[in-house]
Each structure stands twice: as C-alpha cells, then as structure tokens.
Design a protein around this ligand. Structure first.
Ligand code: LER
Ligand code: MN
Length: 267
C-alpha cells in the first residue's frame, strides 16, 4: 500500500475535509518531509495548476499523484452526473472528462464522489440511477473511481456492497470503488467485513477517523482494517481525506503514524 495526503485548492471547500489547503508547494514539501508517497489533488478544474507546473512540483519533491477529485464540478458549478436534464448531465460528463485527462497524464484516476448527485426532487430512484449509470458508462473507458457516500451526501450507493452492484451494472473493467473509511463508519455494519467482501473492486481508500479527524483522533479501530486490506492484497493508495486537525502538519503526522502502524504490509 502507498500513502497519500489530500491537498485542496478549491476556495468553496476551505472548511472541507482536506489535510492541506491552498499552498500546493508547501503541502508537497511537508508531505515529502514526513515520508508520504503521494498527494491527492482537489482542484477547481483542469487549468488551476497547469500540467507542466504540477509535474515540476511533484518531481521536485519525488511525489506521485494518487488521484484527482472532481467535486469542484458540484461545489462550484452544481453539476451532477445523474441530473434530470440531459444538457446538465453532458456538462457534468465534460467536466469529469477534463479531470480524467488531467489525472491520466500522471497515471492518476479521477474520483466520482459528490458529482454523482442524488435522486429526489421530482426525479425517482430508477431514473436517477439510469442517468448515473449512463454517465459512468460514457466516462469509464479509462481509470475511474466511484465513491459510495454516507446518507447525508447521496442516496445512490451508501455502502460498498451497493457500490459493487452499481459497478456490475456499469460493466467496466476500469471502474473501481473508493472505500472512504469515514462514510463507511456511518453506513457499514463492520468496516473490515465490508472491505473483505468488496475485495478486488477496491481501487482507492480514503483514510479518516470516525469523526473525520485524522486517524488516531476518533474511535475507529484501524488494526482490523489494515489487516484485511493486506489479506486481500490491496496495493493502492491509502489517502488521508480528513480535517486539518489540530492543523495541517499535525494531521499529516497523525496520518503517516497510523499508516505505518496499521497499513504497511509488514505483518
Ligand atoms: C469525497 O471524497 C468525499 O468523501 C465526499 O464526502 C465529498 O463530498
Ligand atoms: Mn472521500
């Protein structure tokens, strides 16, 4: 498994669950100093940091790009892949495509989290689901991560097993699941069992404690989670998407400590 830490450059997400905010070179410096393998980038769009600039920053610090978030499409432009309007769905798909292209230049997948939207407000579940599946089919010819979210953020897939069912409907080898331990803490009966059952579908992990503070600041038991990920041979990123508590550096330090204790394949 490889360690990563999130960096948000989205002004609307200033109070969001990201370890670092705004200062990309500073975040990379601290991430490298603490021994992270990668950063995960939440950017306003594909032009926020030009590709050559990002390449220079990553190379200078010997870091990989773990993944790119697409949530700015929702928080900035109110776009969703399940929108009842075909025109709005097209805009959402185009935004995600631009982020897929951006990440692909670094071998990083794009994440579909809040961009999935939710059914309701005049759109029934069946129609919303059909819209989401159609959008994902259009996008998933390249590496893409679908993230089940807790009930307050979506009503499509809230547990990993719902996510696996959705993946089976989309039928794309390049579409994998993102297991976010914060959402799972709200929705799953048992986190380790859910991860074991989802097995080879898991393509990325978001690491946060029960309260979305960094690992170690809540009551999630990470030992069985790390054990099961090792057992199923998960070799992807474990990426800290957590509040900068007590501050960004402190959150990154707690994360790398938890990563080394529970996730490194050394047992
Ligand atoms: C994104 O990775 C996520 O976990 C969501 O909670 C963002 O809305
Ligand atoms: Mn997440």
């Amino acid at each position: 498994m490889k360690s990563a830490v999130t960096v948000s450059l989205v002004p609307e997400a200033k109070s969001g669950p990201f370890v670092f905010h705004d200062d990309l070179p500073g975040a990379c410096r601290t991430a490298k100093e603490l021994g992270f393998d990668a950063i995960e980038l939440f950017a306003p769009g594909p032009d926020a940091v030009p590709e050559n600039e990002l390449r220079t920053i990553l190379n200078d610090h010997g870091l990989m790009l773990a993944a790119v978030g697409t949530g700015a499409g929702w928080v900035r432009h109110k776009l969703t892949l399940s929108n009842t309007s075909a025109g709005e769905r097209r805009k959402a798909v185009d935004f995600v495509k631009s982020m897929i292209d951006y990440g692909a230049a670094f071998g990083a997948s794009a994440i579909i989290g809040s961009m999935q939207g939710r059914w309701g407000d005049g759109m029934d579940r069946e129609t919303g689901m059909a819209n989401l599946i159609e959008s994902l089919r259009t996008l998933a010819d390249r590496p893409l991560l679908y993230e089940p979210l807790n009930r307050y953020e979506t009503n499509f897939a809230t547990r990993l097993e719902d996510g696996v069912r959705l993946l089976e409907m989309v039928k794309s080898e390049s579409l994998k699941l993102l297991a976010d331990l914060f959402h799972m803490n709200i929705e799953e009966t048992n986190l380790a069992d859910a991860l074991r059952a989802a097995g080879p579908h898991i393509g990325h992990v978001h690491l946060a404690d029960s309260n979305r503070r960094p690992a170690g600041y809540g009551h999630t038991d990470f030992a069985p989670i790390g054990r099961v990920l090792n057992e199923i041979g998960y070799a992807g990123f474990v990426s800290a998407e957590a509040f900068p508590h007590p501050d960004s550096r402190g959150a990154a330090e707690a994360t790398i400590r938890a990563f080394r204790t529970h996730f490194c394949a050394k047992r």
